[in-house]
Design a protein around this ligand. Structure first.
Ligand SMILES: Cc1cc2nc3c(=O)[nH]c(=O)nc-3n(C[C@H](O)[C@H](O)[C@H](O)COP(=O)(O)OP(=O)(O)OC[C@H]3O[C@@H](n4cnc5c(N)ncnc54)[C@H](O)[C@@H]3O)c2cc1C
Length: 179
């Protein structure tokens, strides 16, 4: 037995990794009502795994990434969770980070921007109307949350939202919801 709640947003971002975090922050900074849904109990995705982050510099060592991506590294540096960008012959650059600091910095930046966070919630179902995704159901901790939003951003890293709405396919991603 589980309960269902419904919430309305301008933008719903599904997935709180390096793709979803800046997307949510950018939308919130533009005054949108944003929710960021993450199946884990923390933000970060692959950036919370302990791997260094690639791609901040190009092949010649010039800055290739700025904006919110750089803001995150600047904050990590202030937290002693990063030491800057290093050139790499294989990946152009590598930016070693503390994954624990990344988790904290990501939550701080989301909160400061006004992003609502929903942790331990996995995408379960998607409703499409007139060729637009109009709502999504996420499930976690015995609660099904139905999110109505004008815009959905699939930042699951695996294209889960896109896969669910793919015509002719019916899948269930959240095994817990079946219980
Ligand atoms: C083998 C491998 C090694 C890599 N090594 C590096 C590296 O060393 N350095 C580097 O910078 N990049 C590396 N990359 C690339 C890096 O992983 C991606 O560029 C980056 O993770 C993409 O970010 P993302 O936010 O799109 O996805 P992810 O980091 O995968 O984040 C997706 C987030 O969405 C959440 N999520 C997923 N499905 C759902 C769902 N159904 N409902 C709710 N939440 C969901 C996940 O829990 C996760 O937090 C590597 C990739 C691979 C495959």
């Amino acid at each position: 037995m589980h309960r269902t709640v419904t919430s309305d947003y301008d933008v719903a971002v599904i997935g709180g990794g390096p793709g979803g975090i800046p997307a949510a922050i950018a939308a919130a900074r533009r005054g949108k009502k944003v929710i960021l849904v993450e199946r884990n109990g923390y933000l970060g995705g692959a950036a919370a795994s302990g791997l260094g982050i690639l791609g901040y510099l190009d092949r010649e060592g010039h800055k290739a990434l700025g904006g919110i991506a750089q803001e995150i590294v600047d904050r990590l540096t202030r937290m002693h969770g990063a030491m800057g960008h290093f050139r790499c012959p294989v990946h152009n650059s590598i930016t070693p980070i503390s994954p624990e600091c990344f988790k904290i910095a990501a939550v701080e930046m989301c909160r400061e921007s006004g992003v609502s966070l929903l942790f331990n919630a996995e995408l379960l179902d998607v409703q499409v109307r007139d060729n637009h995704v109009c709502s999504a159901a996420v499930y976690g901790k015995c609660v099904e949350t139905v999110l109505n939003a004008k815009v959905f951003i699939d930042a699951t890293g695996d294209g889960d939202l896109a896969y669910i709405i793919c015509p002719g396919r019916t899948i269930t991603l959240a095994r817990t919801a079946q219980a």
